[in-house]
Design a protein around this ligand. Structure first.
Ligand SMILES: Cc1cc2nc3c(=O)[nH]c(=O)nc-3n(C[C@H](O)[C@H](O)[C@H](O)COP(=O)(O)OP(=O)(O)OC[C@H]3O[C@@H](n4cnc5c(N)ncnc54)[C@H](O)[C@@H]3O)c2cc1C
Length: 295
């Protein structure tokens, strides 16, 4: 086993200097809940660990005009309880609240969740529905902002360079007429990674009694969280009633089927998608609680 250097930047300039010296074997450490396990594999030891825990300036939630900004080292516990998240991005707070255990939520960060690029990452499902962009900094001190979908390439694969760190996530803050929800199904009720997750955002036009700005993101099905665009379009301008809840559930089933045709987990996930869809729908509280007709 080789020797690993650890550097702990405390200011942005120090981070840039550390990134400038990074090699493909260098790893960033945030909460360590994914990284520590992965570097125990023989042959995976990093030459250097860049420890982000000294960068207090990267842990924040801020409302900047109509944009919500979330620093990369913000923990799930902070997201779960943050009043701005609750008001303007509830699905992200709900996702954070369902990550692992209290200990994992206290240490695990939203930046690590995305950079780790697990298809099951709860933060990715919520941020995809919110239309998040990701800002990074590299070893030359260059900041770049790109859509989350350009960062997440597939299981454990991102477009992040070895000398690039995520600094922030940003997305349009949801307004008072928006509702959002997050639901997941795991193999047990606690400390369970998602076998299927969904985030739902809608704007409710109270005068017309209909939905618009519908956004549906599915996770843990396929390589990375994705938006079910056809389903979103089919729900736009429909009333917020039981028939629409059923269409939503049917659309989730169809999206799962299209995403993993022939996969051994398809029958389970199609079935699970129905319950998941109704859970998410009922969280919006736009209609009396609905259940599948056959439940
Ligand atoms: C028991 C257990 C239960 C879990 N349950 C869940 C769950 O329910 N839902 C879920 O989504 N996840 C779960 N996880 C996975 C994990 O907790 C999350 O993915 C967490 O968000 C990782 O964040 P971290 O800060 O610990 O990242 P780290 O482990 O520190 O890093 C993870 C990866 O991201 C890179 N990285 C970290 N920060 C940055 C950055 N700012 N820029 C670029 N790269 C960076 C690291 O180099 C590493 O490759 C669980 C893990 C455990 C051990």
């Amino acid at each position: 086993m080789g020797v690993t250097d650890v550097v702990t930047p405390v200011r942005l300039e120090d981070l840039v200097a550390a990134l400038a010296a990074a090699t493909p074997q260098t790893r960033l450490l945030a909460g360590g809940t994914d990284l520590v396990r992965s570097i125990r594999t023989p042959g995976s030891e990093p030459d250097t660990i860049i420890d982000l825990t000294g960068l207090a300036e990267f842990a924040y939630v801020r409302l900047d005009g109509g944009t919500l900004r979330v620093g990369a080292t913000t923990t799930f516990t902070a997201l779960q309880w943050d009043p701005l998240v609750r008001e303007h991005a509830l699905c992200l707070g709900l996702a954070a609240a369902q990550v692992g255990s209290v200990q994992i939520r206290n240490a695990g960060t939203i930046g690590g969740n995305i950079a780790n690029a697990s298809p099951c990452a709860d933060g990715a499902t919520a941020l995809t529905a919110l239309g998040a962009e990701v800002t990074t900094i590299d070893g030359a001190g260059t900041a770049r902002t790109r859509p989350l979908g350009e960062i997440l390439l597939g299981p454990s694969r991102t477009s992040l360079a070895h000398d690039e760190a995520i600094t922030e996530f940003s997305f349009p803050a949801l307004g008072p007429e928006h509702r959002s929800a997050f639901a997941k199904i795991g193999s047990r009720t606690a400390v369970s990674v998602a076998r299927l997750s969904a985030a739902l955002v809608v704007r409710f036009d109270a005068a017309a009694g209909t939905l618009d700005d519908v956004r549906v993101s599915l996770g843990a099905v396929g390589g990375a969280a994705f938006r079910a665009s056809r389903l979103e379009e089919s729900l736009t301008r429909l009333p917020a009633d039981e028939a629409t809840a059923q269409l939503f559930a049917e659309g989730c089933v169809a999206a799962v089927q299209e995403s993993i045709p022939g996969r051994y987990s398809l029958p389970y996930k199609q079935h699970a998608a129905v319950g998941l869809a109704y859970d998410a729908w009922n969280m919006l509280a736009l209609s009396p609680p609905c259940e599948p007709a056959w439940a």
